[in-house]
Write a protein that binds this ligand. Sequence first.
Ligand code: SF4
Length: 67
Amino acid sequence: MGKWKVAVDRDACIGDGICASLCPDVFELDDEGKSVVTKEIIEDDLYDCVKEAVDSCPVSCITLEEA
Ligand code: SF4
């Protein structure tokens, strides 16, 4: 079982909420209307939805790397 670390570059985030829609267990929009990672270390069960968020983010500001 793998573990991955998820991060968002909040300076680049435009707050469209795509990541939070695709993967609400990992991303939320905060009071500033930007994405915040609520679960920084994920395992296999959340990998696919986070990967989809990475691929769908219009400004490519989500990173996913091996933890
Ligand atoms: S998909 Fe990207 S730009 Fe949109 S809210 Fe998430 S991190 Fe921000």
